[in-house]
Structures are given as structure tokens and as C-alpha cells.
Design a protein. Structure first.
Length: 233
């Protein structure tokens, strides 16, 4: 095995078992995204690709304590179905798989879980249901956030023109794509004026700032400084 492997599905069962039995794995991140249109110039995979990149980098910085569970690449995107290629799950289907994945991790002994989201359409359904899952597993530390929540606001104010986070395939997401997957950006097809403000340099700074803050958040989860709370139904 790659000595710094963090993607759960790259482990063998022996490697997972031994990592759990020796207490090396303390937390799991589940990236959730979408497969949906991102204007004319970004691929449909943008949300999940960005989210998984951030999750993997956080896990690498905290290696071997964090694994990245299998990313969920179909999100709740009914509002984008008018654009060809979008794959949308109904909220019930999406949440069923998500919480089944959480429950699977719990049954293997992982007590700290972060659902790391990369798509706006997933936020409200997860927020509306997560406390019911927490009530079933009150000893589990289960968090949910979108990666852009960890982008330092002062960086956004300093670097971006539109100050809009995350937008949709516009300045912020285009900057991320130019920094992380430049070959995937169809510059010649970019016809959105706000998207054109995004640069690779801006993206690198936003990505780094996001990963730094999120790494600290996950480290605090592992250290017991960030217990999740049931704050509603
Ligand atoms: Zn997006």
C-alpha cells in the first residue's frame, strides 16, 4: 500500500482491519457532491472533484488518523435537470445512502465522521435530517459542513472581485478549477462575465486557506474539542 494512502476504498480489508485495531484511524470524511451542469466551461464533476480534493488533502495532513470514505457523486440537483447530463437523486434516496454510509462507518468503530459537502442543493436536506441520525447514535461525533464554509472570509474579500462564495461555476469555483484541474477548464467556452474574474493564483490561495482551516477543525474533532450537538429536531 502507498504509505500515505487515505482513500478508504484503496485499502485492502487487512489494511483497514489493522488500522482500526491499532487505533490509527480516528475519523472519516465523506465527500458529497453532484453531477450537474457548471455553465459552459466547467465539467459536471466540479463539485465532487473540489470537495474530494479538499477532503484528501486534509486527510493527508492528519495521516494516518483520517480516511476519506467513498465520495457520493450524485446529489440533489432537480433545479439543474433542465440542463442535459445532470444526474439528480431525490432527497430520500440521497439521504438514505448517506446515512447508510455513516452507519457502516460507525459499525466498524469510527466515532468521528465529517460529511463534507461540495454542492448547495445538498445542504438543506442534510441539515433537516442530521439531528434525527444523531439521536440514534448519541455517542458519535457527526459533523456536516460545506468546504467553502472554511474559506477564510478575509481572503475572499482581499482576492476576489465578486466576493461571492461559492456561486455556481463563477469566480470562486472557476478559481478553484484553474488551481486544481486547469486542463478541465474550457477557457474558450467561458461566457459568464463573473467566471472570468477567477484565476489560478487566486484559486491556489483560496484552496490553501480552506484546507488549513478545515484541517484544524478536523484535528479538533479528533481531539474531542468539537463535540457535535443536537440543536433541533
Ligand atoms: Zn458547483
Amino acid at each position: 500500500m502507498n504509505t500515505k494512502e487515505v482513500m478508504l476504498d484503496k485499502f485492502t480489508r487487512k489494511e483497514v482491519r489493522e488500522s482500526l485495531e491499532t487505533g490509527r484511524i480516528k475519523a472519516a470524511i465523506i465527500p458529497v457532491g453532484s453531477t450537474e451542469q457548471h455553465l459552459e466551461h466547467l465539467p459536471l464533476c466540479h463539485d465532487l472533484a473540489s470537495c474530494t480534493y479538499v477532503a484528501r488533502e486534509v486527510a493527508l495532513r492528519l495521516h494516518p488518523q483520517v480516511v476519506v470514505a467513498v465520495p457520493m457523486n450524485i446529489g440533489i440537483s432537480e433545479h439543474h435537470m433542465m440542463h442535459k447530463g445532470t444526474l439528480s437523486a431525490k432527497p430520500g434516496s440521497f439521504l438514505a445512502i448517506l446515512y447508510d454510509a455513516c452507519e457502516s462507518l460507525i459499525r466498524h468503530g469510527i466515532e468521528n465522521i465529517l460529511i463534507l459537502n461540495g454542492h448547495g442543493g445538498n445542504v438543506a436536506p442534510i441539515n433537516a435530517s442530521i439531528n434525527q441520525f444523531r439521536r440514534r447514535f448519541p455517542d458519535i461525533n457527526l459533523h456536516h459542513c460545506s468546504y467553502w464554509n472554511f474559506t477564510p472570509r478575509d481572503l475572499v474579500e482581499k482576492l476576489t472581485v465578486t466576493k461571492s462564495v461559492p456561486g455556481h461555476a463563477q469566480e470562486y469555483e472557476t478559481a478553484f478549477a484553474l488551481a486544481l484541474f486547469p486542463d478541465e477548464v474550457r477557457i474558450d467556452d467561458m461566457d459568464d462575465e463573473d467566471s472570468k474574474f477567477g484565476t489560478a493564483e487566486m484559486g491556489k490561495a483560496l484552496v490553501e486557506g480552506t484546507i488549513d482551516r478545515l484541517t484544524k477543525f478536523v484535528a479538533d474533532i479528533i481531539a474531542g474539542k468539537n463535540p457535535s450537538e443536537i440543536t433541533g429536531l
